[in-house]
Write a protein of this length. Structure first.
Length: 324
């Protein structure tokens, strides 16, 4: 009998790709999408009909304690991806991030504990802030340089406390900068691609010097599945990263080469983070994932960017694209 899994954030960018892969792998999938009065299921509605027929879609909110307890009941494994992620908005509305990212995580942890379900908690590379050393391993100090990253640090610590205090079978997975089809234009790669493919005469970006460890979404999804298939990672924190860094300026040049479109790059102050909050370097050390999971990224940066551009040419970006 196949395992029944519950995935939060299923209508978002990474979540929809992971949901698709879970169905392919033969799991029984219950997928949580954020409730909308319109009944919109995010990116899930774009999946093939046979996939949708295999998924039990649940509309709700991770902040609802009882609803999460009911949704997780009977599940063997929880993939917790739902999160409020827009960093700029966290400066204006930090309480929203606490309620969704910390309280929402608490609700899922309690639900998983009540159902004796295994828990895969999704963190973020933003918890490290600007690197004190590179490449960043799992022992690097945590630094909350935005209310968003602070809320994710809080959620990570809460999740680990459930493993230590209550014996919850839990793994913290920490993707670095995942990119690919379906990603919101609030992220840097679709922001660059959408501008290059538009009629805008210039490419408007924020700071150009910060570096990021960019990993194609299929690599990240395969890492999730590797964790799910392992019985040796309870209590571990594991990076999903490429092991390489590239600056935003270099990334823009690479995407101009791939698209065949050249534009003047304008670094705008309005697009930069507040003073002392910019994360200047993110570069993952992926050796732990390689050692514990025998996992390595299969798609290179250039190949992933080409696939993303090809998708964008067929599916123009919209500002309402689902981000989580």
């Amino acid at each position: 009998m196949s395992q029944q899994v519950f995935i939060t954030g299923a209508g978002g960018f990474i979540g929809s790709h992971l949901t698709e892969a879970l169905v392919q792998a033969g799991y029984q999938v219950k997928a949580l999408v954020h409730y909308r009065g319109s009944g919109d299921t995010g990116w899930l509605k774009h999946l093939p009909t046979d996939y949708l027929n295999a998924i039990e879609i649940i509309s709700g909110d991770v902040r609802d304690t009882e609803h999460m307890r009911q949704a997780v009941q009977g599940c063997d494994l929880v993939f917790h991806l739902a999160s409020l992620i827009g960093i700029p908005y966290s400066y204006s509305a930090p309480r929203s991030y606490i309620e969704t990212n910390i309280t929402g995580t608490l609700n899922l942890l309690q639900a998983a504990l009540a159902s004796n379900a295994r828990f895969l908690h999704t963190s973020t590379s933003e918890v490290y802030g600007s690197a004190l050393y590179v490449p960043i391993d799992e022992d690097h100090p945590l630094q909350g340089q935005s209310p968003y990253s602070a809320s994710k640090i809080g959620a990570d610590m809460l999740a680990q406390s459930f493993q230590r205090s209550f014996g919850l079978d839990l793994t913290v997975v920490r993707p670095f900068n995942t990119f690919g089809p379906r990603q919101s234009t609030r992220a840097v790669i679709p922001a660059i691609i959408s501008q290059l493919l538009s009629d805008k005469p210039q490419l408007e970006l924020g700071a150009l010097s910060p570096t990021r460890d960019l990993n194609y979404v299929a690599n990240t999804v395969s890492a999730y599945l590797s964790v799910a298939n392992s019985n040796q990672v309870s209590g571990e924190v594991i990076h999903f990263g490429s092991g390489h860094e590239i600056s935003i300026g270099e990334l823009a040049q690479l995407l101009m080469k791939i698209t065949g479109v050249e534009k003047e790059i304008i670094s705008q102050e309005i697009r930069k983070r507040p003073d002392k909050s910019e994360v200047n370097r993110l570069w993952a050390n992926p050796e732990k994932a390689k050692k514990l999971l025998n996992w390595e990224p299969q798609s290179s940066l250039e190949a992933g960017l080409q696939k993303t551009v090809d998708w964008a040419l067929k599916n123009p970006y919209h500002s309402s694209d689902y981000a989580c």
